[in-house]
Design a protein around this ligand. Sequence first.
Ligand SMILES: Nc1nc2c(ncn2[C@@H]2O[C@H](COP(=O)(O)OP(=O)(O)OP(=O)(O)O)[C@@H](O)[C@H]2O)c(=O)[nH]1
Ligand SMILES: [Mg+2]
Length: 421
Amino acid sequence: MSNTKNKIKVGVVTAQIKWFGRAQHDSEAKEFKLLALTLGYEVAAEFSQKLDRPHSNTYLSKGKVLEIKQASEDMKLDKILISSDISPSQSKSLESAFKIPVIDRSGLVLEIFEKHASTNQAKTQVALAKLNYQLPRLTGLWTHLDRERGGSNVSKGMGERQINVDRSLLRKRITTLNDRLAKIATRHEVQTKQQKSKLNICLAGYTNVGKSSIMKEITGVNVKAQDDLFTTLSTTTRQMLSKFKPDILVSDTVGFIRDLPPDLIKAFRTTLASLLSADLIIHVCDFSDPNWEYKLRSAYQIFTDIGADGIPELLVFNKMDKVSTANKFYLQKSYPNAILVTTHAKEDMKALRLKIESLFQKTFIRKKLSIRQDNSSYIQYLYRNAVIDQIKYCPKTIKVSASMSSEGWKKFDKHFACIDC
Ligand SMILES: Nc1nc2c(ncn2[C@@H]2O[C@H](COP(=O)(O)OP(=O)(O)OP(=O)(O)O)[C@@H](O)[C@H]2O)c(=O)[nH]1
Ligand SMILES: [Mg+2]
């Protein structure tokens, strides 16, 4: 039996706008509940409502507000979570009706990010996103002072003045955090430039699809992977297990979720920048998830939003151990350029590495060179940066057939005078 004694008891409200389909509603409801469980909340009550459009004051209908109010009193709920993003004034109206905190979807995602942030950068990014989220929600926090102003020494408008003080404090803090992030971003740019001589690939996709598990297998580095949402928040970069030249660096990064709160996208721009500088995006999709197609589309939407849609992509369908042979067949036919894998199948991870290498090699240019024996630095450069197809040591020269990117050859030509055979 799970220990629910000290858990925060929440009521989860899924509000559906009628013209969205049932499948989408079910998927969103399930995902929202999972977000609550990720935070360790006990989901003690669930409510749902179909709306033609949201009510301007309370988002939910009057009847639904009364139903939730009654249930939350009876069950002694601590918080109400609402699956949509609601306006600050709607949130204020609902809180004054329920007399307990109301958290909308963006607020909940922010809480998870806050819980999982471990590096200085991630903590700063989340703090910034949270402040931007709180700023328009300040109204209402201090209005009790105005309501109590009948008392002798509290003057009229004190609550409003306190809000203005808080607002200006929050703005100052936002500026400080923005400055700190700008410095982190500059350091990141320097590191990226230093690694430009290597090939950079980035694992991306919806949260919990298996990105970190793949990272572990193809780099041999033990990164954290678990059945939870947003386990990874900071980018980790490691070298892929491969003899390929130049070296291939793999970055694992924050997972996506549909409608990622804009404050988070803004705050996480440095982390997401590793996607923009990638030579190849490994887009991971969990095909065993009944809503894989919807999640795949949401991930593509985020690629477009951040400007990563023009970067070459390899689509990887993961968790194929949970998929029937018929479905595998359908998938391979529908997505002929994708690769189907199971993370813990060694041969699949090897096939993935080979596929990545072959995609790079396809863009390479092959040249045959004849290099004087005493020019060993030429050969060293090639060993570091090119795939050597053939090498033959003759009495005075070394004959090499090598493949490299056009940029690699440009650098080679700039540094060394060489003779094409
Ligand atoms: N059955 C099965 N489970 C897998 C496979 N690959 C990963 N998983 C499981 O999926 C869960 C999520 O894996 P992660 O690697 O943490 O996923 P992620 O995409 O990095 O998730 P976030 O960092 O939270 O966005 C873990 O419980 C893994 O063990 C697979 O091929 N088959
Ligand atoms: Mg991860």
